[in-house]
Ligand binder design. Structure first.
Ligand code: AMP
Length: 213
């Protein structure tokens, strides 16, 4: 595998987190999810909580510093998979400088999903508050309504997965993050995978792209 920094791109709900988890399990590269890291910080930082729940972006400075610190950890020595970063051109430029200082090359992979599918994936998503289990009321419901199959506890919905917030997130993606795709395309570092198929199929395409350089 030649590119050691894997950048998973795609709109909210495209399945970046699922693929990053598979990469971590099967290729041993740590998943770095800025959304998860910020949700953990939000418990103590009211301003992060408010911005995140609204569907808008946290400031570049905060996110960039978080990524810089996290990727300096020993487990990132052989590379890592980014999920949810970069989301702006400024972040993408910073990541290029970071990659250079870490002597790593970077490949961006877009998981491409039509907007109508994204909306159902997001508004239907429910999570287990204990484990990593995720469900979807439309596509992958739990055996018992709103209860985790594994832990038997009531499922929760992310504040930003509510219908009104989902629209803000999709608009934010179109205005601020879509330009990042062009940034990678222009430097010939973007691969595109059809994301409207099963997670395992997406993963096998992803692994093929990564192993072929
Ligand atoms: P996610 O879990 O990736 O959908 O991220 C959820 C929310 O966290 C986003 O809507 C933003 O408010 C915030 N967030 C995550 N990653 C970033 C980033 N790279 N830059 C700015 N805000 C972010």
């Amino acid at each position: 595998m030649s590119s050691k920094i894997i950048v998973l791109m795609g709109a909210p709900g495209a399945g970046k987190g699922t693929q990053a988890r598979l990469i971590q399990e099967r290729l041993g590269l740590p998943q770095i999810s800025t959304g998860d890291m910020l949700r953990a910080l939000a418990a103590e930082a009211e301003d992060i909580h408010t911005t995140q729940a609204s569907g808008k972006l946290i400031s570049d400075d905060v996110v960039i510093e978080m990524v810089r610190q996290r990727t300096a950890a020993g487990d990132c020595r052989d590379g890592y998979a980014l999920d949810g970063f970069p989301r702006t051109i400024v972040q993408a430029e910073m990541l290029d400088r970071l990659a250079e200082s870490q002597h790593e090359t970077l490949k961006a992979i877009l998981i491409d999903v039509p907007p109508a599918v994204l909306e159902k994936r997001l508004t239907g998503r429910r999570n287990c508050p204990i484990g990593n289990e995720t469900y979807n009321i439309y596509f992958k419901p739990p055996r018992v309504d709103n209860v985790c199959d594994v832990h038997g506890v009531p499922l929760v919905q992310r504040a930003d997965d509510r219908v009104d917030r989902v629209q803000v997130r999709l608009d934010t993606y179109a205005s601020q993050t879509a330009p990042v795709l062009d940034y990678y395309k222009q430097s010939d570092r973007l691969e595109i995978i059809n994301g409207d198929q099963e997670a395992e199929k997406i993963y096998s395409e992803l692994e093929r792209i990564l192993t072929n350089g």
